[in-house]
Design a binder for this molecule. Structure first.
Ligand SMILES: [Zn+2]
Length: 156
């Protein structure tokens, strides 16, 4: 293992010790893959900007919300869809669901690249960006976002 990977694995082990649901498991069997080397965790699927802005804070709040159930809680998938965070799980509680809902909403107004407040939402591939990372093209201002997303939700 390369030196960087060793350091990364060490950091990730600490992270997983704190937040056991970040351990990468087979979605169906729940088993940890043979030879899993801790060079990645479930949180790596979260877009960089969001992870920077609230990734660990969200994990901490989830842990608190899950209480004793934290060891049984599983992440199924973390991704971006329609410009917002999607966090799919199993073994959730109402309190954990509320945490996820809060950050899903928050993600719509945070730059997916850097974690700064977003100003524009691209409309082709819907994503929130700050002025610096806005890739160009059609967009709607973040201030008009609420209405747009409600329409998207209906279509889904
Ligand atoms: Zn940015």
């Amino acid at each position: 293992m390369k030196k960087e990977d060793k350091m990364l694995a060490k950091e990730n082990k600490e992270l997983i010790k704190k937040y056991p649901f970040l351990l990468v498991r087979n979605r169906f069997s729940g088993k940890v893959q043979d030879g899993y080397d801790y060079t990645w965790t479930e949180l790596d699927a979260m877009p960089e900007g969001w992870r920077k802005a609230f990734g660990l804070k969200m994990c901490e709040e989830l842990k608190v919300a899950l209480g004793d159930l934290v060891d049984k809680y599983r992440i199924m998938q973390i991704k971006e869809k329609f410009g917002e965070l999607r966090w799919y799980d199993a073994g959730s509680t109402k309190a954990a669901y509320d945490v996820i809902s809060k950050y899903t909403k928050l993600s719509r107004s945070i730059c997916i690249e850097c974690g700064e407040p977003a100003t524009k939402i691209t409309t082709g591939w819907i994503s929130p960006y700050c002025d610096e990372h806005f890739p160009g093209g059609d967009f709607i201002p973040v201030s008009e976002l609420e209405i747009e997303l409600k329409e998207e939700d209906i279509e889904e």
